[in-house]
Design a protein around this ligand. Sequence first.
Ligand SMILES: Nc1nc2c(ncn2[C@@H]2O[C@H](COP(=O)(O)OP(=O)(O)O)[C@@H](O)[C@H]2O)c(=O)[nH]1
Ligand SMILES: [Mg+2]
Length: 303
Amino acid sequence: MGFFNRLKDSLAKTRQGFVEKIDTLIHRRKEIDEDVYEELEEILVQADVGVATAMELVEKVRSIVKERRIEDAAEIKPVLKEQIREMLGTGSMPINTYWQSPTVILVVGVNGVGKTTTIGKMAHLYKMEGKKVLLGAADTFRAAAIDQLEVWAERVNVDLIKHREGSDPAAVAYDSLQAAKARGADLLIIDTAGRLHTKSNLMEELKKIGRVLDRAMPGAPHEVLLVLDATTGQNAVNQAKLFGEAVGVTGIVLTKLDGSAKGGVVLGVKHALNIPVKLIGIGEGIDDLRPFDVEEFVEALFS
Ligand SMILES: Nc1nc2c(ncn2[C@@H]2O[C@H](COP(=O)(O)OP(=O)(O)O)[C@@H](O)[C@H]2O)c(=O)[nH]1
Ligand SMILES: [Mg+2]
C-alpha cells in the first residue's frame, strides 16, 4: 500500500470524528444559521484543533459564506477544506540542509513521544536519498535508550557514536559532530533525553548541547526538531511552547497519527506556534515516516 493510502487509513479515526460529523451536520441542517456555526466550532474543538484555532476557522468560513452568498449548508464543507489548507500553508517544508556538511539535526521532546523511533526512520529515509547519515546517542540517561538507537543504526546500516550510560550528553554531541566531519557524513542526527520531571535540568542540558555544537560548527544545529505525539492532543501544543522557548525549535515531527482521533492537532500546532510540521509518523515501521505535505494531508483527511 502506498503512503497516501496508509495516511488515509491512519486518519480514519480523525475523519470519523471530524469530517463525518460535519457531513451529518450539513445534511441535517440544509440552511446556514447560527447553530450551524456553533456546531461546526464544537466539532473542530473535539478534533483537537484548539479553541482559538477553531474560532478563527469558523470566522473565516462565516465571512466567505457571506461574501459568496452561499445559502446551502452543504457548501460549507469545501469552504472549510479550503480554509484548513490555507491555514496550513502550501506544500511541504523540507528539512533545513546546510551548504556545508554535515547538516546537524537535534531531536528533542518528552519521553515516549517517538524521538528514537523517528531518528531510525529518518536515517532510513535520508539514506535512501543517497545521504551519508551518522547518529549521535545523546540520550545517556538510560543504557536502554542507547541500545534502542543502536538497534536502529544496525537495522538501517548507519554509524552511531555513543558514550557510556550517564555520561555528559553534550560530550556525545561534540564527539558525534567531530566524527561526522571526519567521516564526511552529510547528516548528523542527535537523539536526546526527554524526562520532564527535571524540566529545568532538561532544558539546561539541551541548551548546553546547542552551545557545544555551535562552538564546534558555527550555526549548528541547523535544525531542532521537536517530536510531538498526536494522541496527546492539545498537550502537544503546550509541550511545543515549553521547548520552543528553551531551545528554538525549527520544525515539528508529529508522530502516532495512526490510531489517533486527534489529527486536528496538526492545525492547532501550526496555528498556535507557527512552527512548521515537517515530518509525520504513521506507524512503528521503518517506512512509516514522511515529509508532511499539506495537500496530501488535507486530501487524506477529507477523502
Ligand atoms: N503507532 C505509532 N507508534 C509510534 C510512532 N512513533 C513511535 N512510536 C512508538 O512509540 C513508542 C515510544 O517511542 P520512542 O522512540 O522510544 O520514544 P522516545 O522516548 O521519544 O525516544 C515506541 O513503542 C514506538 O514504537 C508512530 O508514528 N506510530
Ligand atoms: Mg528515546
